[in-house]
Design a protein around this ligand. Structure first.
Ligand code: FES
Ligand code: FES
Length: 106
């Protein structure tokens, strides 16, 4: 998804703002409300937000579950998560988020 795609049209919050909030540690819609400013009032956006929250790497189509499973199996660096899941091995934008997930999983 393009970084400037508007997700929350009521509050003008784009995709990259949401991703940045996720990298900063927002794992749920409620936290995205606080940290990114989404209103989350319309059903369409809620579905969109859920989709964004469950995806870690848009380039390689890697889900949050894939990364959490890797971390739970003992993978403890961004590079190793990349080797196993592919996350972070293309544009690299999701590496901060992967790092965050590793830290939370410790
Ligand atoms: S317009 Fe804000 S979440 Fe739908
Ligand atoms: S979003 Fe993960 S490598 Fe581009």
């Amino acid at each position: 998804m393009a970084g400037n795609s508007m997700i929350c049209t009521s509050n003008n919050v784009d995709y990259s703002t949401i991703r940045k909030a996720m990298c900063a540690g927002a794992p749920t819609v409620d936290e995205l409300k606080e940290m990114a400013g989404v209103c989350s009032t319309c059903e369409g956006c809620k579905r969109e937000l859920d989709k964004i929250l469950t995806s870690v790497c848009g380039c390689l189509n890697v889900s949050l579950k894939d990364v959490i499973d890797a971390v739970k199996s003992g993978v403890d660096t961004v590079e190793k998560v990349g080797e196993i899941t592919g996350a972070g091995t293309d544009c690299g934008r999701c590496k901060a988020l992967v790092k965050n997930i590793i830290e939370l999983g410790r």
